[in-house]
Design a protein around this ligand. Structure first.
Ligand SMILES: Cc1cc2nc3c(=O)[nH]c(=O)nc-3n(C[C@H](O)[C@H](O)[C@H](O)COP(=O)(O)OP(=O)(O)OC[C@H]3O[C@@H](n4cnc5c(N)ncnc54)[C@H](O)[C@@H]3O)c2cc1C
Length: 259
């Protein structure tokens, strides 16, 4: 039997977008329910690079201490520059600019970054519930809530506003978008990511590599510590399918490339 819950705002997805929305709205005094299919901390495939401007947005919402503590614990790793290698082998190196208020840029693994944000949302007053959203609830052509699976049973969460922040495979967007506006392969990418922990010391630099086999796409090496890095590559999905590529093999080939 479905149970009824009512809130000002229900947010589906506690990634950076959903948690940030929850922080802002809860700090304004709204009754916010934040749903995610996972409990936190949880991993998410990403390059983990967080620019200084984003760090300053977090400062503005009272998260400076949390960010500083994550840096002290070694969870966020400062990066100062960027290297871009072109398909013809040309390099561009540039300094990353500090934020207007002096913030640095970081590589902040999502396991830590998203947990920090989700925790800040809860501390700001949002309620959190592990729940897998199934579909928006519609009444008279309007969205009035969301139906979700919680501990094996279906629950209905009603709200004045429903925010679909459930990422690229959003069940909310898929249900509400007309058929002709659904994502196409040429607007999507496919990627693989790994953490490696036995590399020689690398600079505080995020590195992007563009080369023939991966275009349109790129590979990256982003340091997460003195000898650890987030490495990965991604390319447009339609090209990936057309050329029958294998991501694991592509990543190995990238790692085997001469420096
Ligand atoms: C390979 C790769 C590398 C990237 N590198 C970078 C980078 O270095 N820097 C950068 O800034 N961005 C990067 N991005 C982009 C970044 O990952 C996204 O912009 C960001 O994650 C979007 O945040 P979000 O909160 O909208 O969605 P997400 O981070 O995807 O969060 C969505 C949340 O919704 C939850 N969810 C999904 N479906 C449901 C459901 N049905 N019910 C309940 N919960 C649900 C998920 O569990 C998740 O917690 C990268 C992306 C990829 C794929």
């Amino acid at each position: 039997m479905a149970q009824k819950n009512e809130h000002d705002v229900v947010i589906v997805g506690a990634g950076p977008a959903g948690s940030m929305a929850a922080i802002i709205l809860a700090q304004k005094g709204y009754d916010v329910l934040l749903l995610d299919r996972y409990n936190f901390p949880r991993d998410k495939i990403c390059g983990d690079a967080v620019p200084a401007g984003t760090i300053e947005r977090l400062w503005h919402y009272g998260l400076k201490d949390k960010v500083d503590q994550a840096v002290e614990r070694g969870e966020f790793y400062r990066v100062d520059s960027l290297l871009l290698v072109s398909p013809r082998g040309y390099d561009i190196e540039a300094d990353l600019v500090d934020g207007h208020e002096g913030a640095k840029s970081y590589v902040a693994p999502r396991m830590h970054f998203d947990a920090l944000m989700q925790q800040a949302a809860v501390e700001s007053g949002a309620k959190f519930c592990q729940a897998q959203a199934k579909a928006p609830i519609m009444e008279n052509g309007k969205v009035v809530g969301v139906k979700a699976q919680v501990n094996g049973s279906t629950q209905e969460f009603y709200s004045k506003v429903l925010i679909g922040a459930d990422g690229v495979t959003s069940v909310i967007a898929r249900n509400l978008r007309p058929k002709e506006k659904q994502h196409e392969d040429k607007h999507r990418a496919i990627a693989i990511r790994a953490y490696i922990d036995d590399i020689e010391e690398i600079p505080h630099e995020v590195e992007f590599y563009l080369y023939k086999e991966i275009l349109p796409g790129y590979a990256w090496i982003f340091p997460t510590g003195n000898h650890t890095a987030n490495i990965g590559l991604g390319m447009r999905l339609d090209h990936f399918r057309k050329h029958n590529k294998n991501l694991k093999k592509m990543l190995q080939e990238f790692l085997d490339m001469p420096t």
